[in-house]
Design a protein around this ligand. Structure first.
Ligand code: CIR
Length: 259
């Protein structure tokens, strides 16, 4: 089941977090507020019963707290990615070492393939892979082949034409129960067939990056319409402050590798 997890790997933000890659016009994040929001996120995962491991900050990688981009972990195996931004290319080395205890046989994406974990959306029916400005077609091909070897179906969506969408999961999240939360304005992808789509209001599109974990849905704080919708659909939303991560183009899913 792609919504049930027992473990999570995280990395603390470093003092130079604000030096990471960002297209946001919201200004620089405050380091103190970033740490406080990260601590609340960690506490939320632990309150859901996950056993967590938190790596120390590594200032060689200002974006290193966005660990999701460096590996994809499933119940059947894990693969180390090859991030599409040059500045992030070497982030996965330490993540591979950290995951090796739980996954002795780690696969990896090889050059010239690139994959960012944020482009991978796992559902109960398989995996949606976004080809983006970070994940290239070769990376998607390698990832699809590896998933296939584990008996997991995958479908590729090209999101390169979706302005403002860094990763596939910046715009869609799997809620469980055959439902996808979808940012407004995305094309009507054939890959969406068979899912019930919950389309967010335009002013709340950031909240499309939400995170179903066990019996709750983590959702960015400050998006009342989507939070209400989740409640009406029978979910139990858990709002978390994300303002500082948003300033660096990050969302809830980016901050952990769940498995
Ligand atoms: C980057 O541009 O790579 C980081 N500043 C944000 C990464 C967000 N990660 C994610 O959506 N999975």
């Amino acid at each position: 089941m792609s919504t049930r997890f027992t473990r999570a790997l995280l990395r603390l933000p470093g003092r130079n977090f604000a030096a990471g890659i960002s297209t946001s016009t919201e200004g620089a994040p405050s380091f103190a507020a970033t740490l406080a929001q990260h601590a609340l996120y960690l506490a939320a995962l632990e309150s859901l019963g996950l056993r967590t491991r938190v790596l120390e900050a590594d200032e060689r990688f200002p974006d290193g707290t966005f660990v999701e981009d460096t590996a994809i972990a499933t119940q059947h195996g894990a693969i180390i990615t090859r991030p599409g931004a040059d500045a992030r290319l070497h982030e996965p080395t330490a993540i591979a070492a950290a995951l090796a205890t739980d996954y002795p046989a780690l696969a990896c994406i090889a050059a010239p393939g690139t994959v960012d974990g944020g482009d991978i959306c796992e559902t109960d029916a398989g995996v949606l892979i976004g080809v983006s400005h970070r994940t290239n077609e070769e990376g998607a091909r390698q990832l699809g082949g590896w998933l296939g070897s584990l008996g997991i179906a995958s479908t590729v969506l090209d999101i390169r034409g979706c302005a403002g969408l860094l990763h596939l999961k910046s715009g869609i999240s799997y809620l469980g129960d055959g439902r996808l939360a979808v940012a407004p304005g995305l094309p009507d992808y054939a890959a969406f067939a068979g899912y019930e789509l919950v389309i967010l209001a335009p002013e709340e599109s950031y909240a499309a990056n939400c995170l179903r974990i066990n019996d709750r849905v983590l959702v960015a704080d400050g998006y009342p319409r989507f939070t209400d919708t989740l409640g009406r659909l029978g979910y139990d939303p858990l709002p978390l402050p994300m303002s500082e991560f948003r300033k660096m183009d990050g969302g809830l899913s980016c901050l952990s590798i769940r498995y």
